[in-house]
Design a binder for this molecule. Structure first.
Ligand code: SIN
Length: 311
């Protein structure tokens, strides 16, 4: 299936930040049934990331402020050389400006089936959401990047804004081939014995089951405004969660926190989704955006009821 100008093996993709820092961990997930894999976000210079703790398990998921640690594009190439190309590879990249991104993209282009531009990390100043919440910046940087690379470009959006569709439209106007929604939701945890914030960075990004409704409304709203494909992400743990995203309008989904609890999640969701589609006698394509068509039916039914009552 072709989504965002790449041929996925199936619509279930490993999200950035989970087992995406080494060639061997990417190989492992590729072999375990992912339709494509996304790397940890890679930048222009080496970064150690934030002081610990960087990841906290909450009652419903995870709170993280890792701080975009990465060896830089130069050293990440070693890991990319180890990738077995068992499924498409999407390289997640971040940068503060055009010149950082030019260096990264030019050097990683030969390894990538597509790039995912991280404009949504909620916990690093000058990067991610800090710059990605401004629609004008998003449109301009997307346009600039499209000039640098021939590879498909996906833009990962933040939901930590008043209206995510403004950023989605900006990415589309800039020439993005798809948008990915959503990244983690900004959050905080506090240790009740000491009063210290749980994360070394104080605040971070929440992932897991709890954010699924936020991911869904984001995808649902984006679907109403965009022509380019939407890849849904946030809180997917089973096939029904994935189906909700398809019905909201996603053409594919990414799975992150769900992998921590279940390393076989890709193969499991794939078989359960196939069973569901077979039982209903429908194709995946028919699920995409179904909730919108139902909404229209509902509106039409209401209108004809009103008409009947009037006459
Ligand atoms: C991090 O490295 O802090 C998380 C990255 C992200 O949320 O995009």
């Amino acid at each position: 299936m072709n989504v965002g100008k790449i041929d996925l093996k199936n619509p279930l993709i490993l999200a950035s930040g989970i087992l995406g820092s080494t060639g061997s961990s990417l190989n492992r997930i590729a072999k375990l049934g992912a339709g494509a894999v996304v790397t940890k976000s890679i930048g222009a210079t080496p970064r150690e990331g934030h002081p610990g703790p960087v990841l906290i398990k909450t009652d419903t998921g995870f709170l993280n402020a890792i701080g975009l640690p990465n060896p830089s594009y130069k050293y990440f190439i070693e890991e990319l050389n180890d990738f077995n190309r068992y499924c498409p590879l999407i390289i997640s990249v971040f940068g503060a400006n055009r010149s950082e991104l030019v260096k990264i993209l030019k050097n990683l282009e030969e390894y990538a089936d597509a790039f995912e531009l991280n404009l949504s990390c909620p916990n690093v100043k000058g990067y991610g959401m800090d710059i990605g919440k401004d629609p004008i910046f998003v449109e301009n940087i997307t346009r600039e990047i499209k000039k640098i690379t021939n590879k498909p470009l996906w833009v990962k959006l933040t939901s930590n804004v008043e209206d995510i569709t403004k950023i989605g439209v900006a990415a589309e106007n800039g020439g993005a081939d798809a948008v990915v929604a959503i990244n983690t939701v900004k959050g905080l945890g506090i240790d009740t014995e000491s009063g210290y914030p749980l994360l070394g960075n104080v605040y971070g990004g929440l992932s897991g089951r709890m954010i699924r409704p936020i991911g869904l409304i984001s995808v649902y709203s984006l679907y109403k405004k965009l022509k380019i494909p939407i890849i849904g992400v946030g809180g997917i743990e089973n096939y029904k969660d994935a189906i909700e995203y398809f019905m909201a309008g996603a053409r594919a989904v990414e799975i992150g926190s769900g992998v921590y609890n279940n390393i076989n999640i890709f193969n499991e969701i794939k078989s359960e989704l196939d069973l569901y589609l077979n039982k209903k006698g429908i194709k995946l394509e028919e699920l995409i955006g179904l909730a919108h068509r139902r909404e229209t039916e509902e509106c039409n039914n209401q209108k004809s009821e009103e008409r009947e009552q009037r006459y």
